[in-house]
Design a protein around this ligand. Structure first.
Ligand SMILES: [Mg+2]
Length: 305
């Protein structure tokens, strides 16, 4: 069973929540609870596991940083500012105090950098290390930004460069809070998510939630240097790494063309913004430089059970 199949089942199976849950477990980067109008609380949880998201030999401080940053990335993706966090840590037996403290220091450093208060958690010993971080936060704007808001005619844009994060960037994730705060202030995006499982797979999730399609222009995709370097080893094209590699943790967002022009004109942060395509009524396609269009088959990282 694939991850998406399981999650689709789970979304049907989970008991429905109270009227104050605007977005429950499933469709978005964060759950959103409306606890006192007009204030919303966005909630998300993220697990990283030894052997899947990091290797046992990685520096514990970087592992801790990644666990926290990956969770925080979902808050940024929902247009929310860090508020409160919970950590559940299963730590490999025999790791020792120094290793465990370095792990904690990595988490704390990331939480402090982005202003998250860690309000609780749990730690147990286990065969492998497995870290779960739950984060909560309030929207920068009036409400959380969802995957479901994309509209036909919107520009599709991304932050940063894509692909090849496995070369090292996946441990040094920087959640895009400064970027989304500015994007919201300048251009009120219609939809947003973070790219955690690969551009093409995550774009298909955004368009599915929005009930629309997208055309992506091949020559505009910001392919990272790491994707080009990795391509020489893997034999895959840099483009396929940019489209399908997981753990970029960049923002994928949509907004009307006039707002995009304004945003792009006013943008002064170091992280680049790139227009990569447009929202259409249906279908996912890749448009080559010569105008030839072909179906974009979503590919990326999915957990199999
Ligand atoms: Mg996400």
């Amino acid at each position: 069973m694939s991850e998406d199949t399981f999650l689709a089942w789970l979304r049907q199976r989970l008991p429905s929540s109270g009227a104050d849950v605007l977005v429950g477990s499933g469709p978005d980067d964060c759950a959103v609870i409306d606890f006192a109008q007009p204030t919303q609380l966005a909630i998300s949880t993220d697990t990283i596991v030894e052997g899947t998201h990091f290797s046992g030999g990685d520096e514990p401080r970087l592992i801790g940083w990644k666990a926290m940053a990956a969770a925080l990335s979902d808050l940024a993706a929902s247009g929310c500012t860090p508020g409160w966090g919970l950590i559940s840590a299963a730590v490999g037996r025999g790791r020792g105090e120094e290793w465990l403290k370095s792990l904690a220091e990595g988490m704390i450093a990331c939480a402090e950098k982005y202003g998250l208060a860690i309000v609780g958690g749990d730690t147990v010993s286990a065969g492998l290390t497995c870290l779960t971080v739950t984060v909560m936060g309030k929207p920068f704007g009036a409400s959380a930004i969802l995957r479901s808001g994309a509209q036909v005619g919107d520009v599709v844009a991304v932050t940063g460069t894509l692909g090849g994060s496995i070369s090292g960037r996946h441990l040094r994730v920087e959640p895009r809070f400064a970027e989304i705060e500015k994007i919201i202030a300048l251009a009120s995006p219609h939809a947003c998510m973070d790219i955690s499982d690969g551009l093409s797979l995550d774009l298909s999730r955004l368009t599915r939630e929005s009930g629309c399609g997208a055309r992506i222009f091949v020559d505009r995709i910001p392919v990272s240097d790491a994707a080009r370097d990795l391509s020489a080893q893997t034999g895959r094209t840099p483009l396929s790494h940019a489209l399908e590699d997981g753990e970029d943790f960049e923002l994928l967002f949509t907004l009307p063309p006039d707002r995009w022009e304004f945003l792009n004109d006013k943008w002064n942060l170091e992280t680049p913004l790139t227009e990569i395509g447009e929202i259409v009524s249906s279908g996912l396609t890749l448009v080559a430089a010569d105008g030839a269009e072909k179906i974009l088959v979503p590919g990326g990282y999915t957990h199999e059970f």
